[in-house]
Ligand binder design. Structure first.
Ligand code: BES
Ligand code: MN
Ligand code: ZN
Length: 497
C-alpha cells in the first residue's frame, strides 16, 4: 500500500476522513467539510449514535461536491489519543475502505490539543495502523473475484508538517516488514513450512546483518539435546535449531536471549490430538515466528543491543519411530525427563533450546515465547498472554512494553507447591502434572527448572493470542505476530536508553 503525507490541500475531494473529538467536537477540517457538504456532517451525527468517542466511526455517503464519501473518525478525549489509539484509527480506515471497495482514502489530521502526540506522530501512526490492518495472506487464493480482494492501494494523510510525519513513518517501516514476515511464517501450512524451510527463510536475515546459524540433528545429538530430538523423532522432517545473533550493542554488554517454540505441526504424537481443530496446530510455531520477526525488526532498525534468538524447530508426529509415553530422556542440562504425554512437547524442545542459549551466550535475561498450553486460553482467553517470571522488574518492563503497543500480558504465579507436581517416580521430572489442574503453571515450572542461577527469565504463553479468529483494530483475522512488537519495545525501553 502506498502512503503519502502532504500539507492540507486548498479543497478536499474524493474519500476523506476527518476527526471528531468526544462530545461531537468537530475538528477544523470536519467543520470546513461540513460547509462544503451543506451541513451533512451535523445532520449525520444527529441521525446516529456517533458521539466522537474513541474508536467510533460514521461514514456519510453520496455527498454532492468534492467529498463524496466522508468518514468521521471518533478520536475521543484528547489524552486518550496515544500511539496505539492512532494506529487503531488507521485500522478502522483501512477496514472501512476495503469493505467499500475503495482504492484510495485520505485523512485530515488536525492537531489534537491535549494529546501527547504531535500531528506528525499521529499521522505516522495512522499510516502504520492502516498498513498493518491491510495485510492479507492470499498467496494460495487463485480464484478471488475482484470484490473479494483488498481494494485499498493508497492512503494520503494531510497534516501540517508532512516532513515530520514522513520521518516518523520511515522509522516504523521495519515494524511493518517484521510483522508481515512473522504473520507469513505463522500462516503457512505445515506441508510448506517445516523446520528446514523455516530455517531457510530465517537465513534471509543475513542480508540485514544478522548472523544466522542452523544446527541439524547430528550436531544437536553431539550436544546432548535429547529432549528436543525426542519430539522430532517421529517426523520425516529433520529437526533444526535456529540461532540468530544481532550483536550491535556495547562490546561488554551481556546479550539478551529470545527463545521461541517452533513446532511446525503438533499432532500430539503418540498421545494423538483429536481431529477437530487439529489444523490449528500449524501455528504451533508462533513463538519461533515472533522471535524471528523480532530479530528482523531489531536488525531492520539497527538497534544498539546484543540479542541472540534461538528457535527450536520440530514437527511432532506419530510414527513407528516416535517417542512413547513413559520414555525417559536426558536433556542437554543433564536432567532426565519422563515423557508422560507426548503432546506436552513444547517444554521438551524449549528446555534444550534454553539450556543451549545459556551455556553458549551467558545472557543477562532470557525471554521465551511459546504456544505452550490450552490451559492458558481457559485462564485468559484471547485478550492477554500469560507471563511467568522469576523477576519482578523484568515482568513489569514486559507488561509496560506490551501495554504501549497493544500486546497485553497478565502475570501468573509460580511456586514450590506447583513445582512439586511435576516430580517423577523414576526420573528427575515428568513433562506434565498429575491431572490438568494448573496446566499452564506446571508447564512454566518445568521450564523454570532449566533456568540457570542469576538469569532473569520470563516465559510468555501465547497460545491464546498467536492467532485471532476475529481480528482486531490493526490485525486482520489469522496470524497476529503477537510478540514481535512486544519484544522490540521491551528491548528498546530496557536496553537502548
Ligand atoms: N500446542 C499445544 C498447546 C495449544 C493448544 C496451543 C491450543 C494453541 C491452541 C501444546 O503442545 C499442547 O498440546 N499442550 C497440551 C498439554 C497437555 C498435554 C499437558 C494441552 O494444552 O492440552
Ligand atoms: Mn502438544
Ligand atoms: Zn504444541
Amino acid at each position: 500500500m502506498k502512503v503519502e503525507f502532504s500539507a492540507f490541500p486548498r479543497a478536499f475531494s474524493g474519500n476523506l476522513a476527518v476527526f471528531v473529538a468526544a462530545d461531537k467536537q468537530l475538528s477544523a477540517s470536519a467543520q470546513a467539510v461540513d460547509k462544503t457538504v451543506d451541513g451533512a456532517v451535523a445532520r449525520g451525527i444527529g441521525a446516529s449514535r456517533f458521539s466522537g468517542a474513541k474508536g467510533q466511526s460514521l461514514t456519510l455517503l453520496g455527498q454532492s461536491g468534492g467529498v463524496v464519501r466522508l468518514t468521521l473518525l471518533g478520536v475521543g478525549k484528547a489524552r486518550e489519543l496515544d500511539a496505539r489509539a492512532a494506529e487503531a484509527l488507521g485500522g478502522i480506515l483501512a477496514a472501512d475502505a476495503n469493505a467499500a471497495g475503495q482504492k484510495a482514502v485520505a485523512v485530515a489530521v488536525d492537531a489534537v490539543k491535549g494529546s501527547r502526540l504531535t500531528p506528525g506522530q499521529i499521522a505516522a501512526r495512522i499510516a502504520l495502523g492502516a498498513q498493518l490492518r491491510n495485510y492479507r495472506f492470499d498467496k494460495y487464493k487463485t480464484k478471488d473475484k475482484p470484490e473479494q480482494k483488498h481494494s485499498l492501494e493508497q492512503i494520503t494523510i494531510f497534516v501540517a508538517g508532512p516532513a515530520e510525519a514522513r520521518r516518523v513513518h520511515e522509522r516504523l517501516a521495519p515494524t511493518i516488514d517484521a510483522v508481515f514476515f512473522a504473520r507469513d511464517l505463522v500462516s503457512e501450512p505445515a506441508n510448506v513450512l517445516y523446520p528446514a524451510e523455516f530455517a531457510r527463510r530465517a537465513r534471509d536475515l543475513g542480508k540485514l546483518g544478522v548472523k544466522v546459524e542452523i544446527l541439524g540433528e547430528a550436531e544437536m545429538k553431539k550436544l546432548g539435546m535429547n529432549t528436543l530430538l525426542g519430539v522430532g523423532q517421529g517426523s520425516e522432517r529433520e529437526s533444526q535449531l535456529l540461532v540468530m545473533r544481532w550483536m550491535n550493542g556495547p562490546k561488554n554488554q551481556k546479550p539478551v536471549a529470545l527463545i521461541g517454540k517452533g513446532v511446525c505441526f503438533d499432532t500430539g504424537g503418540i498421545s494423538l490430538k483429536p481431529a477437530g481443530g487439529m489444523e490449528d496446530m500449524k501455528w504451533d510455531m508462533g513463538g519461533a515466528g515472533a522471535v524471528t520477526g523480532a530479530m528482523r525488526l531489531l536488525a531492520g532498525r539497527k538497534a544498539r543491543v546484543n540479542v541472540v534468538g534461538v528457535c527450536a524447530l520440530v514437527e511432532n508426529m506419530p510414527d513407528g519411530n516416535a517417542q512413547r509415553p513413559g520414555d525417559v530422556v536426558k536433556s542437554m542440562s543433564g536432567q532426565t525427563v519422563e515423557v508422560i504425554n507426548t503432546d506436552a512437547e513444547g517444554r521438551l524442545i524449549l528446555c534444550d533450546a534454553m539450556w543451549y542459549a545459556q551455556e553458549k551466550y551467558k545472557p543477562q535475561a532470557m525471554v521465551e515465547l511459546s504456544t505452550l498450553t490450552g490451559a492458558i486460553i481457559v485462564a485468559l482467553g484471547h485478550e492477554r498472554a500469560g507471563l511467568f517470571s522469576n523477576n519482578t522488574a523484568l515482568s513489569n518492563k514486559l507488561r509496560a512494553a506490551g501495554a504501549g503497543i497493544g500486546e497485553k500480558l497478565w502475570r501468573m504465579p509460580l511456586g514450590p507447591k506447583y513445582d512439586k507436581l511435576i516430580d517423577s517416580d523414576i526420573a528427575d521430572m515428568k513433562n506434565v502434572g498429575s491431572g490438568r489442574d494448573g496446566g499452564s503453571i506446571t508447564a512454566a515450572q518445568f521450564l523454570q527448572r532449566f533456568v540457570q542461577d542469576g538469569v532473569a527469565w520470563a516465559h510468555i504463553d501465547i497460545a491464546g493470542v498467536a492467532w485471532s479468529s476475529k481480528g482486531d483494530s490493526t490485525t486482520p483475522k489469522g496470524a497476529t505476530a503477537y510478540g514481535v512488537r512486544l519484544l522490540d519495545a521491551w528491548i528498546a525501553e530496557t536496553y537502548e536508553r
